[in-house]
Design a protein around this ligand. Sequence first.
Ligand code: ADP
Length: 547
Amino acid sequence: MLGLIQEKQLLIHTLIDYAADYHGRTEIVTRTVEGPIHRYTYADARQRSKQLANALTRLGVKLGDRIGTLAWNTHRHLECYYGVSGLGAVLHTLNPRLFPEQIVYIANHAEDSYIFVDLTFVPLLEKVQDELKSVKGIVVMTDSAHMPQTTLKNVHCYEDLLAAESTEFEWPEFDEKTASSLCYTSGTTGNPKGVLYQHRSTVLHSFAACMGDCLGLTSRDAVLPVVPMFHANAWGLAYAAPMCGAKLVLPGKDLDGKSVYDLMADEKVTMSAGVPTVWLMLLNYMEEHGLGLPDMSRTVIGGSAAPASMIRTFETKYDVTVIHAWGMTEMSPLGTSGVMTKAIEQLPFEEQLPYKAKQGRVIYGVELKITDDEDNELPRDGVAFGNLLTRGYWITNGYFKGEGGNVLDNGNWFNTGDVATLDEDGFMTITDRAKDVIKSGGEWISSIDLENAAMGHPAVAEAAVIGIFHPKWDERPLLCIVTKAGKDVSKDDIMAFLDGKIAKWWMPDDVQFVDEIPHTATGKIQKTTLREQFKDYTLPTAQTAAD
Ligand code: ADP
């Protein structure tokens, strides 16, 4: 027997419609790429998204066509999120931090028909435009006064396009399983692969993001996504904020400590989200200038492990609760969220900290399990660690155009490539990426645990650990450190600091001080580059073992 409930497709345009209809006066504030602060409301954003949908229709864009963007977090990019997907076309967010060759590969693979580009990236597109095979035109996301002199062909000015259109547009109804957006993973091995989201998965993911035990968004929040809209849908915030009518504050291109701080303070931001490197810049700026953030209640840290020292600073010095979250592009991206249980919340802070440093608890809509290399499920005891597998309402079932073949096992589980523990309260702890784990004498050493321990040293700005060949143990850890400006620290200081904080046999065999640690286009430590940098390096202990 079927239930007697209305059939209504879960479509992305309903999010901006809700925000415009019931939170129409709530603001969206942008630090524009041109410089000035721009403000308007959800009601304005819907009107302009409809103008954009009309403009795209006039350009001949149809259901399923891919529309690329090379853009920062701005109100215009938000309009693309709704105008493009609302029309039934596919919003393809290109990551401008990738190498030009990768961008060309991805745009061609996706067969983008138009690319919407911020002023910052016009020179990049000019260089590669002749290699873009499917692109019919470029839209520069600015007004006529700021249109650059450009060699781009078939170029349009965003504001002129919109100005010519009506604000009336009837969003088409289509199947909720229709593709809505496309995001390529940076792919440390092989070519980048496209994750193709649906309207249905995106709306369900937004519900989940708003849940109290996930990101807990409400209409009382002012949300500043530092995480880019070109990376995994800004962790869903560009959809979840309209769903609950939260004020949106979009930082544009300036993500340094001062710019982010000023916007947070001026706009009374209550909640934010970003990768640890961004928070490092903000915390340093606040420390140097003796500033605080009285309106901020919480911040989401994800993309890489949030070091315990960073969590402590946010919580004890600035009274900002850290939500340590984990996910991946293939998961839309949210998988776990570090909201504490009632029992843990009542512990003294230092006893809560180990739980806050875990990657969070499994959220409704996502299933997780860990297995050994023979596919046996491992116990959820917080100790056993193995390959982390997932399935759920917003998890990929295969990459765009079948790249990478079948990615699911018989039970529809997707292997995340992470190695993790799970416990009976649903807490998950990443111990490593499967390819970064250090295999020493048949046992595994977690590079992340070592990095976190080293990050606790007051002179350490950033730490990265890689496995280096060892004649006796196969691999041993090498700790690379960037020191904080003006701080002096020796290898012996670091070793003494680590002593007692990690298992003895996990102690790094050497410490190297470097000027910089390489990062990927999505802000993660680039271990492949680091390994390449140290490929001719020999551990001091290797010599002794060989003698
Ligand atoms: P990319 O496009 O670089 O793959 P993703 O955001 O999809 O970017 O990367 C997902 C991966 O990032 C995860 O599989 C995990 O290894 C890592 N990651 C994400 N969040 C965390 C976290 N909180 N702690 C540790 N690692 C994380």
